[in-house]
Ligand binder design. Structure first.
Ligand SMILES: *Cc1c(COP(=O)(O)O)cnc(C)c1O
Length: 495
């Protein structure tokens, strides 16, 4: 299997796509064709464990890797999750299920891929003959940084450095990162907001001069960003696994179509569902759920992507995003894989903050996708209602997807297709907001929030959050944004 760039010009192997992350002209790597999973293979996967199913999906794309090793890597990755099943499916009502993707080390769905990515990257370097030490640089607004740190801690031949905005992450997220263990990790606060942080990291990535300095020191930069195909591929697996669980528990017949509703930010999670459909998974519709930053809702309805709008800080911060990078991969598909048109649109987005697709393309997307969003009150109501009706507690991101699923059922009362709402975070990761939603109580302190949420819901507290309070703070450095590369050099020279 070869990978091509959405903006043309390059054709690489799976290992190269993962090591490079982004193509030289800024395009994203996509598979040359979509590999198919046959009916016979689906039958075989029914009795498999989660890691076995994941390895089966991964090898379809990454056929330059060794299948047995891929399986071992998946087994090691998902052994780090709490409980026997890394992606359990919970039945809520007759037609409604929740796919819980938050049982990993950092309690958010990013663990599903970031526990496997270190292997894919390390092995990819071996396959490509890269000899340098790898330095993974991450700019984070919260969840990605912690998940990447956990994934890469103590990985051979790799160092990881995370920059976060001093005043842009929640106290829980900050504590999670600053107490990070591992001999190859570094965490640095940057004076400024997330955009400052992200722009400075991108500048380091794009600088030939910085790259030359690092190369002299035997170091190559790499990215754990969600545009890396190594992040996307493991996410495709849980859509297959959820479907197979529905079949094996006799909720559906093999071949019956289902819907997914996905809390969306950078469009990575829901794109994985689309890839699963293209591989033959019986998916009918994909519901793209946003919060008040509903640029995607408007895009899906009107065919015009426009970032000129107010930016809201919401209770679902991991979805507070105006430019959804992975959407480029969908645009590429619906344009008939037209490099030129895709590149033009992305250039227009960069220079003017807006682009439009044709009515034909919009209609093609609408055959599969629809969009919706929840404002802050609606998120609170949705979390509260489900808790009252069923006793199930969900987090605020999942609340957006549930609201969009509810809207669909309200408008399509006779629809009998089963709906799987994808749950992306543990409620304990956003304890104050979830506590407020289920009880109306407001507390300032996260740990008090956890305690009271536990009292109200009796839901088990994830170990990694329960022990956080007693962990020593290891990282206290704050730098100005123009001094970030100095910190990178210091870290590279450290033993
Ligand atoms: C990252 C994240 C999202 C958004 O996922 P995308 O792949 O960026 O669309 C949603 N919810 C949570 C909790 C997240 O951490």
């Amino acid at each position: 299997m070869k990978f091509i760039s959405t903006r043309g010009g390059e054709k690489v192997t799976g290992a190269e796509a993962i090591v490079k992350g982004l193509s030289a002209n800024g395009g994203l790597f996509v598979p040359e064709t979509f590999p198919k999973v046959s009916g016979k293979e689906m039958e075989e996967m029914l009795t498999m464990s989660y890691p076995e199913r994941a390895a089966k999906v991964l090898i379809k794309y990454l056929d330059d890797y060794d299948e047995k090793e891929l399986l071992e890597a998946c087994e090691a990755a998902y052994a780090k999750f709490e409980g026997p099943d890394p992606a359990p499916l919970v039945k809520i009502e007759d037609k409604l299920y929740i796919l819980e993707l938050f049982h990993g080390p950092t309690c958010a769905f990013k663990d599903m891929a970031l526990t496997v990515l270190p292997y894919l990257l390390r092995k990819g370097c071996d396959i490509c003959g890269v000899k340098e030490q790898i330095l993974v640089l991450v700019a984070t607004s919260g969840d990605t940084g912690k998940a990447a740190l956990e994934g890469f801690k103590d990985a051979d031949g790799v160092k990881i450095m995370v920059f976060y905005p001093d005043d842009g992450v929640s106290s829980m997220q900050k504590l999670q990162m600053c107490t990070q263990e591992g001999g190859n990790v570094n965490v640095v606060a940057v004076k400024g907001n997330f955009d400052d942080c992200q722009t400075a990291v991108k500048t380091i990535f794009n600088s030939q001069e910085d790259a030359a300095i690092l190369k002299e020191k035997g170091t190559l930069l790499s990215s754990a960003n969600s545009i890396n195909f190594g992040r996307l591929a493991p996410q495709i697996a849980y859509y297959f696994s959820a479907y197979l669980d529905l079949v094996s528990s006799s909720q559906i017949e093999m071949g019956e179509e289902v819907d997914f509703s996905v809390p969306t930010g950078n469009f990575g999670n829901i794109l994985a569902a689309y890839y699963a459909k293209r591989m033959g998974l019986p998916v009918r519709r994909l519901h793209c759920a946003s919060n008040m930053n509903n640029v995607l809702t408007d895009f899906l309805a009107k065919g015009k992507y426009d970032v000129h709008r107010e930016f809201y800080k919401t209770m679902s911060p991991s979805m507070d995003i105006l430019v959804s990078s992975n959407l480029e991969r969908l645009l590429f598909e619906v344009s008939g894989r037209n490099y030129k048109v895709t590149a033009e649109r992305m250039a227009k987005l960069k220079s003017e903050g807006v682009y439009e697709i044709t009515e034909d393309e919009r209609a093609k997307i609408a055959e599969i996708f629809d969009g919706g969003f929840a404002d802050e009150d609606e998120v609170v109501e949705t979390v509260y209602d489900l808790f009252c009706d069923t006793g199930y507690t969900m987090d605020t991101h999942t609340g957006c997807a549930m609201k969009v699923a509810n809207d669909w059922f309200y408008k399509n009362k006779k629809d009998v297709t089963k709906m799987v709402v994808v749950s992306t975070a543990s409620p304990y990761k956003f304890p104050q907001d979830v506590l407020y939603a289920v009880t109306g109580n407001d507390v300032r302190d996260s740990f008090k929030g956890i305690k009271r949420l536990h009292a109200a819901t009796a839901m088990a507290i994830p170990k990694s959050l329960a022990t956080l309070r007693d962990k020593p703070i290891r990282f206290k450095t704050t730098v100005a944004k123009d001094k970030m590369f100095d910190e990178v050099l210091k870290f590279v020279e450290q033993k």
